[in-house]
Design a protein around this ligand. Sequence first.
Ligand SMILES: [Zn+2]
Ligand SMILES: [Zn+2]
Length: 182
Amino acid sequence: VGVVPAGSDLLSAAKVVAGHVTGFLQLACQVLPEIAGPTFALDRQRHQYNAGRIIDFYDQCGCSGPAKVIYLVNLDLFEPVFTHVFGESRMGGRVALVSVHRLMPTEPAQPPHWGLERVAKVALHELGHLFALTHCDDTGCLMHFAGDSGVLDTIPLLFCRYCRQSLEEALIRYCRLPRSRV
Ligand SMILES: [Zn+2]
Ligand SMILES: [Zn+2]
């Protein structure tokens, strides 16, 4: 797994995400060199950035490198059916997108590590989708859908036992893929 800071000031968030991927899933995860933010995906009517377009772009441009890549951005992302999204990925895909934009605390009383914990939760959720996990009804599970940061804050940093099981099975299947496809 690779984590790419796509934009400036995202290095510490990238390190936190990489630490969580390694710590929670025992997967090798490295922070890759910083690249410019995907500002090409600006939708001029909405003044937001189209998450699907960004994923398509990164999907096409990186055939080599890590099997799964999480791109971190600091942009207000949307999908056509949602007002905003924290992250985006395609089921079983290679590329996930996570934005710190709506996750970092806005009030001075809230310490920054709250924001970083939210970023880690969204990244693990999107990585779950990359390993073909669907949304979970369990409100105590990282695969539960969180549309706003209030809901996200009530979700613990844990996969429920069913999602954990599916994830472990996916990882076993995945590691057995022929080398050329990994
Ligand atoms: Zn999801
Ligand atoms: Zn679950």
